[in-house]
Design a protein around this ligand. Structure first.
Ligand code: HEM
Length: 488
């Protein structure tokens, strides 16, 4: 009897695991042979398992447009064809809605992200540009100061500096604070950067932990900011101001910044919800922005011709009293191509994940995904697939030059900001912020990579999902100045 019990228990577990791991085969989907090995369990326990790399490897194992895999006990479907991925992302509305962004007004349910997207309209961004420039100037001033202190030749980890730049952007634009973390090292946002997001371990954005130990402290910042502005009717042209306008039922599509308060009316968003939106924006923007600038520099510093072209473009800017003009950023076409090429080769979010809310028949296939099952679009693998991008591991910004010859397959497969209704709302904001940092750095400094670093730089998605270099980006930096056109 006592011997039978463990045998019975083992058999039940074995059959249950086998049942889970045969899900895709039973449904008729192409799938990988799967099981749980000791080495996998060991790596998972030590948090060393590389989810992103494993999913990209699975992408490469065959040519079927879909592949069923298992993330632990979760059956997941990987899309291995870019046209199918684009169709699903564009046409699947209602089947894959992310409940995280739902909010209710009256009797109706809305998607908050869609409602908030006017925050990132061009007109709004142009008015926030002053803050972005100031944060850019803090970066330059800090580096110039360090360089001077070192007697003219400075070697430092630029990735870390750019993370501080990105958190300063967040502090100034999202949290609405005049903060400079290059100087205020004890600020809560500084601690956020130095904590290094130890808790982030997920494959994708939709599985980021909802709360970190910083959540409550960040909520206090928002509470103070919201109450202060509502009480005193203050105007500061930033993202927080527009969140407060939205909370008070004011239109955010126009160009007014003033908060029109109606104390009788219920608020559309509680302070807790505003804080949650702000923290979400902080999480998605911090690493994506800093990694894009870092990896753009890593690539271009190996190609003097690219740097020269960028500097020529920067020279054309009519900078007055050290101030850039927002409208002119649009004209930096070659820089645009570089940013896009960096997002292609190193998408900060390597995988887009959708959880099926309502069973969905995949377009032009006989397959139906059941409610609750997960679908993944591995951007990283698609962007490095030579069926879509020639010589995918080469950094070639000009592949995004739209000529009749090149436009066809070189750029259509690019989905680095997502596609369709759920694509990245902050992409124009991201481009503005990245361009300002690149202009400031290339204009003021001569930058040089350590040759040994080029060979050995480890770029990975650890901790997942965001991409970054394991040991930073060591760069030698020397003051320089490109004379802008205005002074010629
Ligand atoms: C180079 C920089 C960036 C890249 C490549 C990028 C890319 C992406 C991608 C691929 C998605 C997922 C789209 C989907 O699910 O279909 C996304 C979502 C999003 N992005 Fe970005 N992003 C960048 C920067 C930013 C910035 C700076 C902000 C805001 C300030 C932002 C705000 C968002 C938000 C709010 C979402 C939705 C998140 C969610 O659903 O949980 N992004 N982004």
């Amino acid at each position: 009897m006592w011997l039978l019990l463990p045998i019975l228990l083992y058999s039940v577990i074995f059959l249950a695991v086998r049942h889970i791991y045969s899900h895709w085969r039973r449904k008729g989907f192409p799938s990988e042979r799967a099981g749980i090995s000791w080495s996998f369990l060991h790596q998972a326990y030590r948090r060393e398992f590389r989810h992103v790399e494993a999913i990209c490897e699975a992408y490469q194992t065959g040519r079927d447009r879909l592949l069923g895999i298992y993330c632990f006990f979760r059956p997941v479907l990987i899309v291995r064809n870019v046209e199918l991925a684009q169709t699903i992302l564009q046409q699947s509305n209602g089947h894959f809605n992310d409940l995280k962004w739902d909010y209710v007004k009256g009797y109706r349910r809305f998607n908050l992200l869609e409602k908030l997207s006017p925050i990132f309209a061009t007109k709004r961004l142009s008015e926030m540009f002053g803050h972005v420039q100031r944060v850019g100037d803090h970066l330059t001033a800090h580096l110039l100061h360090l360089e001077q202190a070192q007697g003219g030749a400075l070697e430092l980890d630029l990735q870390q500096m750019l993370r501080v730049y990105a958190i300063n952007i967040t502090g100034n634009l999202i949290y609405g604070l005049d903060v400079n973390n290059f100087e205020q090292k004890d600020h809560i946002l500084s601690s956020y950067v130095s904590a290094g997001h130890g808790s982030l371990q997920s494959f994708t954005l939709s599985r980021l932990p909802q709360k970190s130990s910083f959540t409550y402290r960040l909520r206090d910042l928002i509470k103070q900011g919201v109450e202060h502005r509502e009480e005193h009717g203050l105007i500061r042209k930033d993202i927080l101001q527009l969140l407060i306008r939205f909370r008070n039922g004011n239109d955010i599509c126009g160009d007014k910044w003033q908060i029109d308060m109606d104390n009788e009316q219920d608020k559309l968003l509680s302070i807790k919800r505003v804080a949650k939106v702000a923290e979400e924006l902080l999480k998605v923007s911090l690493d994506s922005v800093s990694s894009n600038i870092t990896l753009t520099l890593f690539e271009i510093l190996q190609e003097p011709l690219i740097v020269e072209k960028l500097q020529t473009e920067i020279k054309e800017l009519s900078i007055e009293n050290g101030l850039l003009k927002f409208e002119e950023l649009e004209g930096l076409k070659y820089m645009d191509m570089c940013l896009k090429e960096t997002v292609r080769k190193y998408p900060p979010l390597p995988i887009i994940e959708r959880i099926c809310r309502k069973s969905y028949t995949l377009p032009n296939t006989k397959f139906t995904i059941d409610e609750g099952k997960t679908l993944m679009v591995p951007l990283l693998a698609i962007h490095r697939d030579e069926r879509y991008f020639s010589e995918p591991m080469k950094y070639k910004p000009l592949r995004f030059l739209h000529t009749e010859k090149s436009a066809e397959c070189q750029s259509n497969a690019f989905i680095g900001f997502g596609i369709g209704g759920a694509q990245c709302v902050g992409q124009n904001f991201a481009k503005m912020v990245i361009k300002v940092a690149l202009i400031k750095l290339l204009q003021n400094f001569h930058l040089e990579l350590d040759a040994a670093l080029v060979e050995n730089l480890e770029i990975s998605h650890q901790p997942a999902p965001f991409i970054r270099t394991k040991d930073g980006l060591k760069v030698r930096l020397k003051r320089r100045e490109i004379k802008p056109k205005f002074y010629n």
